[in-house]
Design a protein. Structure first.
Length: 528
């Protein structure tokens, strides 16, 4: 088997899968339908303040699994829908930021700095087109880097890392995520520690209940769906309901946003290209590191664009912050180029790097036939590696989503601006109902509902205390892998408790973990 053969089999796995329906005697694969449906939903979600791609993915995943089942045939349709949401939400998030100065995510805040002034100047259509072109360009560049780098990184890891090194690598990832996400390293470490603590409640690998306090209902631990939906969605709903109540008590009303209604020439595209190029490089580099996310990428991309703009000294045009098209391009290219690169640690190491990647990992945990990590890229000419075929199928899904984004995204994101008019007091109950429905579909037990509401309260208090939920979620997911590799390393080393310090690579990784905590702690203190 040659690499070209694997690529072709991955494409055929998408195009020759189960048929959804026929159109003019042409069979339309269910996977293509799921990508298209997920992309439409993603744009709607991204264009609606208060919603986000990870929220829609969290609600959709249990429902998708109940529909398609747990066999390996379900992986590509489920992945197609989730990737469609991820891509659509990324480009759709610019709509409320530009039209209504209402960013739904922190990285979209920088889009408002120049996007909304363009709307005030009667250039809303041009701003949306710039945002779309920059977003899709950055996303496509990031995907290309993913296709090239993920196999290379996986082979490198498989060649040089044994169980102690893999254990140290997971610890480095957790400390990196805990240190980078949020404003406080201490709070990030607390969140990650809580995630590990709750993950280890119940029966461990030695089949003995632990940390259960003698409560039989905790012997099987907390279902991962209840934890993720509770902390991520119910916690946000609880916080938003309180915000609405405070706002109505203070102002006597609940604020709602109003709507508004341009072209982009090739000369303008050529002028914007250097900003898009630089931000795409920045966003891809940031996205390849677990846990940093698109907010930092947007900040660095915007800063680099502003420096370039000031050096060019263009007195006739608006400056950054006053409606400069280059500002919109710099921000959108940077935050969109994170999405593809964030799957590099997912596919090559099995480590989720951001909230969207979390649900791709959950999908692989629930559906058999694919386990992200170095083993999926094993290449032999004697036999077929089905996981490698699946990887190229996933690459095909991402390319298909990008094609949809190029040709449909600009028109759809303009139409979806109407979603911003949905009142918050109507939107939140709908989100709550969908979340509970997804939870019931996945678990079908009242105890799961109780756990979800408990973790919802935990997510609410974490938000109120300024503790990021992402380290908690990723630590909860990686806890099983951390325990498994640590036990294997302990056994392989003959019961040596200091196995993390037996090889130069694992020692180096542990030094990196300590250095990351120290450096980011010092930076946070200096910024105060």
């Amino acid at each position: 088997m040659e690499v070209v053969d694997y690529i072709w089999m991955g494409v055929l796995a998408v195009l020759q899968g189960p048929t959804a329906f026929t159109l003019l005697d042409i069979a339309i694969p269910i996977t293509i339908v799921m990508i298209f449906s997920g992309f439409l939903l993603g744009v709607v979600v991204g264009a609606t303040p208060g919603l986000a791609g990870p929220m829609a993915m969290a609600i959709a995943l249990p429902i998708l699994i109940s529909v398609f089942g747990f066999s390996s045939d379900a992986l590509l349709p489920v992945f197609g829908f989730l990737i469609g949401i991820m891509k659509g939400a990324t480009v759709g998030g610019a709509v409320p930021a530009i039209l209504f100065n209402a960013p739904g995510t922190p990285d979209a805040m920088l889009t408002t700095l120049d996007g909304h002034p363009m709307t005030k100047n009667g250039q809303s259509g041009k701003a949306l087109r710039i945002a779309h072109f920059s977003s899709v360009s950055g996303d496509m560049f990031s995907d290309i880097v993913l296709f090239v780098c993920a196999p290379f990184l996986a082979v490198l890891v498989e060649s040089y890392l044994d169980y102690p090194e893999k254990t140290a690598l997971i610890l480095v990832s957790l400390t990196f995520i805990a240190s980078v996400v949020g404003k406080s390293v201490a709070k990030g470490l607390i969140a990650a520690s809580l995630g590990l603590f709750f993950a280890y409640i119940g029966t461990g690998e030695d089949f003995t209940p632990r940390l259960t306090l003698g409560i039989s209902g905790l012997e099987n631990g907390f279902p991962i769906t209840t934890v993720i939906l509770g902390v991520m969605i119910l916690g946000e709903v609880f916080k938003s309901i309180e915000d609405i109540w405070v706002e109505s008590s203070r102002d006597g009303r609940i604020s709602q946003m109003k709507g508004t209604t341009g072209s982009l020439s090739w000369a303008e595209i050529r002028q914007l290209f250097p900003y898009i190029r630089n931000s795409a490089f920045i966003g891809t580099a940031i996205g390849a590191l677990p846990g940093i996310g698109s907010t930092l990428a947007a900040t660095l991309g915007y800063s680099a664009g502003r420096r370039r703009h000031s050096r060019k000294n263009q007195p006739m045009g608006p400056g950054f912050g006053d409606g400069a098209p280059e500002g919109v391009a710099s921000t959108e290219a940077a935050n969109s180029s994170v999405s593809g690169a964030n799957l590099i640690p997912v596919l090559s190491l099995g480590i989720p790097g951001n909230a969207s990647a979390v649900f791709l990992i959950l999908a692989t945990d629930s559906i058999s036939g694919f386990n992200p990590g170095p083993s999926v890229f094993k290449f032999t000419q004697e036999s077929i590696n089905p996981e490698l075929v699946m990887v190229f199928g996933i690459f095909t899904l991402m390319v298909t989503a990008n094609i949809l984004n190029w040709f449909l995204g600009r028109h759809i994101m303009g139409m979806m601006g109407v979603m911003i008019r949905v009142p918050k007091q109507i939107l939140l109950p709908i989100i709550l109902l969908l979340t509970l429905t997804a939870l019931h579909v996945q678990e079908a037990s009242m105890s799961a509902m109780g756990f979800a509401f408990g973790f919802g309260l935990l997510g609410y208090f974490m938000r109120r205390l300024g503790i990021s939920i992402l380290p908690f979620i990723i630590a909860f997911i990686l806890a099983g892998s951390l325990e498994q590799t640590a036990r294997q390393a302990f056994s392989a080393s003959g019961g040596n408790a200091w196995f993390l310090f037996d090889s130069p690579i694992s020692i180096g990784l542990m030094v990196i973990a300590v250095a990351v905590i120290f450096l980011f702690s010092r930076n946070s203190h200096q910024s105060k």
